[in-house]
Write a protein that binds this ligand. Structure first.
Ligand code: SAH
Ligand code: SF4
Length: 366
């Protein structure tokens, strides 16, 4: 590793921390806000551009911090569809971010909602049986700068502002809790990226203790729980995490979150044929959703290379949804187009790692 790599990313520092560090270095406190205004409001990528700072201060900053831009390796998709970005990190690891434009059917033609799906870890330790991200195990946590960097890089490359964030890329966000909280502060703050907390959704496979910790934070981020099974015997067959935190414990934590935050949780439920899609499963899901007054988001399973799971046929999906509707559970089913590229997170990275020819698969090189 070169000396430069040892410097801290400027995208990982909060206003309070920068202020403290500048004051300790004999600088006026107000300089911190000036620096971060250049970084986030003006989006410069070097200290030399910060023309209202004295040259000596710019030199001090350049000694301590680096503008760590993620390197785009592949981009899939086009301007008006879902776009998938594969980034190489400083150590060569690969992560994905997915930019999803507003669906006119859902939000109206005029909506300028752009949702970015971000990764929080390289790989994932939780090994859900249906998921591409967990197939190769866990390598490391992303740093706060690498999490924030995904948003900045995608905005720069696409020329578009991201309005909403979902932490549904590679990794388990709540297993990288400390870095996640720093990144969330930077993403949410007016001095940072400035995305409202209610436009940020964290998705977890159900780490009950961390859900409780999150409930105690002041930020009003939304929580989605990957349920995928409403009975322990079904859920633990596909999600090993259920053995550690069985449904009873998970639901207690969800209830706690809901009470502390006065906010409804969303349960994500992938429909996998003959695994969790029976009418009995739907009835169990009704019970669970009603207990914590959760919304339910059903998602027909996206095929993953090398895995045998498949999605149920539409008639079976409809029958499942009808049980939820009849019980007045607030439930939607996501049947977006573009599954070819918006398919489950973790897949683009696996394809790239596996392919001898990195341009295979219809990707555009950047
Ligand atoms: N680790 C977190 C967040 C990342 S996964 C979590 O598990 O919630 C984001 C969502 O994608 C989860 O609901 C996950 O279960 C879902 N997912 C994973 N593989 C999928 C696939 N092949 N098809 C559809 N959804 C999938
Ligand atoms: Fe990890 Fe989430 Fe995939 Fe499970 S679904 S392996 S927790 S990324």
């Amino acid at each position: 590793m070169s000396a430069v790599d040892l410097k801290e990313s400027i995208y990982a520092v909060t206003l309070a921390e920068l202020r403290e560090r500048l004051v300790a270095a004999g600088q006026p406190a107000y300089r911190a806000a000036q620096v971060l205004e250049w970084v986030y409001a003006k989006r410069v990528e070097g200290f030399e551009a910060m023309s209202n700072l004295p040259a000596a201060l710019r030199a001090v900053l350049a000694e301590g911090f680096i503008f760590h831009a993620l390197e785009p390796v592949r981009v899939l998709g086009s301007e008006d569809t879902t776009r998938k970005y594969l980034f190489r990190l400083g150590d060569g690891a690969l992560v994905e971010s997915v930019l999803i434009p507003a669906s006119p059917a859902l939000y109206g033609e005029a909506s300028d909602r752009r949702t970015l799906c971000v990764s929080t870890q390289v790989g994932c330790a939780y090994g859900c049986k249906f998921c591409a991200s967990g197939l190769d195990g866990w390598s490391r946590n992303l740093t706060p700068g690498e999490i924030v960097g995904q948003i900045l890089r995608v905005e720069k490359l696409s020329g578009e502002r991201v309005s909403n964030l979902v932490f549904m890329g590679m990794g388990e966000p709540l297993a990288n809790f400390k870095n996640l909280l720093i990144a969330l502060e930077i993403l949410n703050s007016p001095w940072g990226v400035g995305i409202g907390a209610r436009r940020i959704t964290l998705s977890t496979s159900g780490l009950a203790p961390q859900i409780r910790l999150l409930a105690e934070q002041s930020m009003q981020v939304r929580l989605a729980v990957s349920l995928h099974g409403a009975r322990d015997e079904v859920r633990q067959q596909i999600m090993p995490v259920n053995r550690k935190y069985p449904l009873a414990e998970l639901l207690d934590a969800c209830e706690y979150y809901m009470e502390r935050k006065k906010q409804r949780i969303t349960f994500e439920y992938i429909l996998i044929r003959e695994v969790n899609d029976t009418l009995e499963d739907a009835a169990a899901l009704v019970q669970v959703a009603q207990r914590v007054d959760a919304k339910v988001n059903c998602i027909p399973y996206n095929l993953v290379d090398g895995l045998d799971w498949v999605r149920p046929e539409e008639s079976r999906q409809d029958a499942f949804m009808a049980v939820l509707k009849r019980a007045k559970v607030s439930a939607t089913i996501r049947r977006e187009k573009g599954h070819d590229i918006s398919a489950a997170c973790g897949q683009l990275r696996r394809q790239t790692l596996a392919a001898a020819d990195p341009s295979a698969g219809g990707a555009s090189e950047v």
